[in-house]
Design a protein around this ligand. Structure first.
Ligand SMILES: Cc1ncc(COP(=O)(O)O)c(C=O)c1O
Length: 366
């Protein structure tokens, strides 16, 4: 009998999410678990976002607003663009997949970094696109010329995670502008800004400041990270009305839940909460980077809410040993086999990670 799934799908490696806390509890019977694996905001969302999920938002027998009118209006005011420039997604993940399906046809080509967020590759393969995964310099640093060199006459899509997951590295404003201006007109540049709120380098700029560089520009944002609403699955794309209209042709009806829409709107309005949790995370990113460096480990300088650490031995072994300590981090695939990625948690969680890592590394040496 022939295979059930299509050959190009069978060739795919499924996205491996961070291990859920409940799974570790079931597997190892550990109750006191620290999860630093999925780049969530450890402080959670604004209390106003939780309060907003009440009243009409709890009419769970009704479908949500299919066009997300109120949230799009709020986002439009936030970004100073008409609402026609915005399309909501069930997390920005859905939008990555939707962009691949809407923009590129089988046999066309996509460019993205390596290592970078795996869903660019998954979306491209699912659409039967050719792709070039451009190696980051020294596995960590973006190089705009390398990206431009990978563009072929078939290239329709370019994905840049800025700052990048899993390296935390970024493309500075001048270089990003050069990239956006140099790409051929037919290419849709997708700048995925899932971690933008955490970027504080002086030469970093969100792509929203570079919208006049090109027409074919899609800026992805999410409420899953700094806004602390990962469970509700809300993301959005900011692009031209032409892009939004095209995405709407294929977007699943009612793709963002009512609780998601109202909570995101309330979270967007609570700038004080956003700033406080981002400030704490940025501060602790510095402390963790320093502590790991002092322990003799190489850390990739991060502009996001996680750090990538070279543990100088198989990262998977360290990952497994940390699980037994009740600490969940992420092991990395090639070419980062000796690195682990650690989300910045609350101070006590970071301390626990450092302590556990120290013990694991000491024991692995004897
Ligand atoms: C770079 C990047 N883009 C997009 C996403 C997807 O986020 P969500 O679907 O929760 O919006 C993630 C999640 O880890 C990410 O790291």
């Amino acid at each position: 009998m022939s295979d059930l799934a299509a050959p190009h799908i069978l060739a795919l490696t499924a996205y491996e999410p961070g291990k859920p806390e409940g799974e570790l509890k079931r597997e190892l019977g550990i109750d006191d678990v620290v999860k630093l694996a999925s780049n969530e905001n450890p402080y959670g969302p604004s209390a106003k976002a939780i309060e907003a999920v009440s009243g009409d938002a709890l009419a769970l027998h009704r479908y949500p607003d299919p066009r997300g009118h109120d949230l799009r209006q709020a986002l439009a005011a936030h970004h100073g663009v008409p609402a026609e420039h915005l399309c909501l997604g069930n997390g920005s993940n859905e939008l990555i997949d939707l962009i691949c399906r809407v923009i590129a046809s089988r046999g066309e080509h996509a460019v993205f970094g390596h290592p970078s967020f795996p869903c660019y590759r998954i979306g491209s393969v699912a659409q039967e696109l050719g792709f070039t995964a451009v190696p980051l310099r020294d596995h960590v640093h973006w190089n705009v010329d390398d990206l431009l060199d990978a563009v072929t006459p078939e290239t329709k899509l370019l994905f840049v995670s800025n700052p990048n997951n899993p390296t935390g590295s970024y493309i500075a404003k001048g270089e990003l502008e050069r990239l956006l201006r140099s790409l051929p007109e037919r290419v849709l540049a997708v700048i995925d800004e899932a971690y933008v709120e955490y970027a504080d380098a002086e030469d970093f700029a969100p792509a929203t400041e570079l919208r006049d560089t090109r027409d074919r520009l899609a800026i992805l944002r999410t409420f899953s990270k700094a806004y602390g609403l990962a469970a509700l699955r809300v993301g959005y794309v900011l692009g031209t009305p032409e892009l939004v209209t095209a995405l709407n042709r294929l977007r699943a009806p009612f793709n963002v839940s009512t609780p998601g829409q109202v909570a995101a709107q309330a979270a967007l309005a609570d700038d004080a909460h956003l700033r406080a949790s981002v400030e704490a995370t940025v501060r602790d990113r510095g402390k963790l980077t320093e502590a790991l460096g002092a322990a003799g480990l190489r850390v990739a300088p991060s502009q996001a809410n996680f750090v990538l650490v070279d543990v100088q031995q198989p990262g998977r072994v360290v990952y497994e040993a940390l699980l037994h300590e009740g600490v969940i981090v992420r092991a990395m695939p090639a070419p980062l086999e000796s690195w682990i990625r650690v989300t910045i948690g609350k101070p006590e969680e970071n301390e626990r990670f450092l302590h556990s890592l120290g013990r694991v590394l000491r024991e692995s040496r004897v």
